[in-house]
Design a protein. Structure first.
Length: 276
């Protein structure tokens, strides 16, 4: 059986994360991120669900996730997956778009799964350059060319990617964003929204693509990532983001991110690269 290797690198020049999962068999449950994901499949096949659409993805496919695009991924043939990706914050993306268009705005991807040989070539070269630790400005050129092509061929206003949500659902999201570090109950969410438990669960899942609990855990993981990047210990990050214990935190972090909290923290402590 192929050994699983996970490598993550933070590029301080480009302000983004590059990562590679080799031989992974781990399923990723329905979740979302507060940043953009641009990834590509090197080998293997997976069943992907994104925003209520189903895909079978394999070698040559490029994945484009906007912030808050809910998605899940599971094995479909028992084989391992080799996957490379870039995580780009909204701040970094708006700066790149400004360089390209002259307007500081967020890019919205119109498609989530594509096949494009030209983009695949740029993405593969850029990813490898980052993982090699290059300090040459060639990588900045490649990143700008990649985002320029994506903007031209698959770009749309980011507002088009945000689903319409009722005030009750938005109030519920705001409550969780303001109180994620506390113990939150379903009763509190119902009181905030003015909806019954069954109505809230049904309406929230239809609107956001994930349940309220999964939304809350995704919020907590994103906040925990930021704390780990600042050097906060995993146990303190768990406490500050509302997890009941470190084991619970570690399980969710690995489930959502594909790395342990300690391995993720090492990226920002040991020269920008971590293996697990």
């Amino acid at each position: 059986m192929q050994k699983e290797v996970r490598t993550v690198c933070y590029d301080e020049d480009l302000h983004l994360e590059a990562y590679r999962f080799e031989g992974t068999r781990q399923p990723f449950p329905n979740h979302f991120h507060d940043y953009y994901v641009i990834g590509f499949i090197e080998a293997g096949r997976r069943s992907l669900s994104c925003k209520n659409k189903e895909y079978t993805i394999g070698q040559g496919n490029i994945l484009l996730f906007n912030p808050n695009d809910n998605h899940s991924c599971v094995q479909c043939d028992g084989g391992a997956l080799d996957y490379r990706g870039l995580n780009i914050s909204k701040e970094t993306m708006s700066s790149l778009v400004e360089e390209i268009t002259g307007k500081r705005t967020l890019l919205g991807f119109s498609e989530n799964v594509i096949k494009n040989d030209e983009l695949n070539s740029y993405l593969h070269s850029l990813h490898q350059t980052i993982m090699d630790g290059s300090k040459e400005f060639e990588k900045e050129e490649m990143l700008l060319l990649l985002i320029s092509l994506l903007t031209r061929q698959y770009g749309q206003p980011f507002s088009n990617c945000i689903p319409e949500c009722s005030k009750e659902i938005e109030d519920t999201c705001l409550f969780m964003e303001e109180h994620f570090s506390e113990h939150i109950t379903l009763e509190e969410l119902c009181k905030c929204s003015g909806l019954s438990k069954s109505t809230l669960l049904r309406a929230f899942t239809k609107s956001k693509g994930v349940t309220p609990y999964r939304y809350l855990q995704a919020l907590r993981i994103d906040r925990a990532k930021a704390l780990l990047e600042q050097g906060v210990s995993p146990i303190d990050a768990a406490i500050q983001t509302g997890f009941s214990d470190q084991s619970h935190f570690s399980n969710f972090f690995n489930m959502f991110i594909g790395l342990s909290p300690a391995a993720y923290k090492r990226i920002f402590k040991e020269g920008g690269k971590s293996n697990e």
